[in-house]
Design a binder for this molecule. Structure first.
Ligand code: FRU
Length: 481
């Protein structure tokens, strides 16, 4: 594949053509990372949902596969997860082949149009050839709808303490946990969240997993919400607490966000891995169907490794691009002890990069700064820090002159969560996106942008002046060729 269209990401996954939203069924198996995704193959807007499929050996280079799951008489195929049932608890394995099982939501348009509430329910499909071909389970659905309009996005994981599968399901304004010995018979265990967290919209695409910090195990619950994100539209909040195999108890009720930018949604983690790899949809329901790409719509974020850090007795999620990204980072131009007095022009350093580059710096102090990308059409994207409010920001107000959606051009902010006096940042620019990781990934922001001409100028500005201990800039290779 060569991807040359305007705004086509060069190191982020996009489908060859048509509409994509949430990542689904993320799983590692026998040397391959599988990514399934919400896909409408017949249009560049949302519609009858299928599961598209792509495979990668390194989480960076992706190979799109034939569509995995098609709509059927029970409905469209909404979001869900996949597990490797290595002990054949489901009995769906045959002749010694253990099944890869997808647990997804069927969305029944006919029942919906009849004004019923029970049009979403959970079903299974399985594969005995590592995801190449799929059979729907003949007893679908495996979890019927009890009369809740939003009842979807099952994320299933084996729980070693209770030795059962646990399903984390988004049920309107809360999460409902179910357990099962075999992926087929499900028992309701508990609910969480009716009075906790952000509730500006419906809860979607949850994930629940354990993490270790300082030898202690804690549980992380991710909950996407649409709308109600801190910078508008859809976003992903998280809670940290305990899970005893039945119910989730948060340590406190503070709402935290995994990425404060506008364009990281419905992200969940891969199953069957020994590290936590998180991947999100790099768009926002507020404008996803209107962005000015022609052949396809939407990309995924970079896969990120999650870890935990404790700041002021609070557990915080840290996210950083997976280490495999290094493979495609070119030789960096690095300098030490750079004094920025007013503005430092780096345009020459990005001239060859065709919009794809990594910028990193490290500073012993933190002052106001702005990283400005611009073009000859007076469009600019500004990423920076504002000491007065102790906030990072991405300003895309002037990133595009032509308006395709009225809320798109805005300034997005994120709290600086680190207490350190020093700071470091990593920025990854692709054709139409920036991923910003500050303070080792303690604050992350992802935003997409669509200038009418590519940005070809880069400056770092600091009115007060700022001394950078190190500054690195490198081009990023395309993953398509
Ligand atoms: C989240 C979401 C899910 C749903 C899917 C439908 O973006 O709304 O809740 O399963 O998209 O495509």
């Amino acid at each position: 594949t060569t991807y040359k269209e305007a705004y086509r990401p060069q190191f982020h996954f996009t489908p060859k053509s048509s509409w994509m939203n949430d990542p689904n069924g993320l799983i590692y198996l026998n040397g391959n990372y599988h990514m399934f995704f919400q896909h409408n193959p017949d249009s560049t807007v949302w519609g009858p949902m299928h599961w598209g499929h792509a495979i990668s050996k390194d989480l960076i280079h992706w190979d799109e596969q034939p569509i995995a799951l098609f709509p059927d008489s029970l409905g469209w195929i909404f979001s869900g997860s996949a597990v490797y049932d290595e002990n054949n608890t489901s009995g769906l394995g045959k002749e010694g082949k253990m099944p890869l099982v997808a647990i997804f939501t069927h969305h029944n348009r006919k029942l919906e149009s009849e004004g019923r509430k029970d049009y979403q329910y959970q079903s299974l499909a399985y594969s005995l050839d590592e995801g190449k071909s799929w059979e729907k389970y003949e007893g679908n659905p495996v979890l019927k709808n009890p009369g809740i309009v939003d009842f979807r996005d099952p994320k299933v994981r084996w729980n070693v303490e209770v030795k059962k599968w646990i399903m984390t399901l988004a049920t309107k304004d809360r999460i409902t946990f179910y357990s099962s010995p075999n992926l087929i018979d499900w028992t309701k265990e508990s609910e969480f969240g009716e009075k906790v967290g952000a509730h500006g919209g419906v809860w979607e695409c949850p994930d629940l997993f354990p993490m270790k910090v300082d030898g202690k195990e804690v549980w992380v619950l991710l909950v996407s919400i649409n709308p109600g994100a801190p910078n508008g539209g859809s976003g992903t909040q998280y809670f940290i607490g305990d899970f005893d195999g039945k119910s989730f108890k948060p340590f406190n009720t503070k709402t935290k966000w995994i990425d404060y930018g506008t364009d990281d949604y419905a992200g969940v983690t891969f199953s069957n891995t020994d590290r936590l790899i998180f991947l999100g949809w790099m768009s926002n329901w507020q404008y996803a169907e209107k962005v000015p790409t022609e052949k396809w719509r939407s990309a995924m974020t970079l896969p990120r490794e999650l870890s935990l850090e404790i700041v002021d007795d609070e557990f915080l999620l840290v996210n950083k691009p997976v280490k495999e990204l290094k493979k495609i980072i070119g030789k960096s131009k690095s300098s030490k002890n750079i004094q920025i007095t007013d503005a430092l022009d780096l345009s020459a350093d990005i001239a060859q990069a065709e919009g794809k580059f990594q910028l990193k710096f490290n500073s012993a102090t933190i002052q106001d700064y702005k990283i400005v990308l611009s073009n000859d059409n007076n469009e600019e994207l500004i990423i920076g820090y504002n000491k007065k409010d102790n906030q990072y920001f991405i300003d895309r107000q002037n990133a595009r002159k032509e308006i395709f959606e009225k809320g798109f051009g805005a300034v997005h902010t994120a709290p600086r969560l680190s207490r350190s006096t020093s700071t470091d940042i990593e920025l990854l620019f692709d054709a139409a996106s920036v991923e910003f990781f500050a303070d080792g990934g303690l604050t992350a922001m992802t935003d997409i942008f669509f200038p009418t001409q590519p940005f070809n100028k880069l400056q770092i500005k600091s009115k007060e002046g700022m001394l950078l201990r190190t500054l690195e800039i490198a081009s990023v290779q395309s993953i398509w060729n």
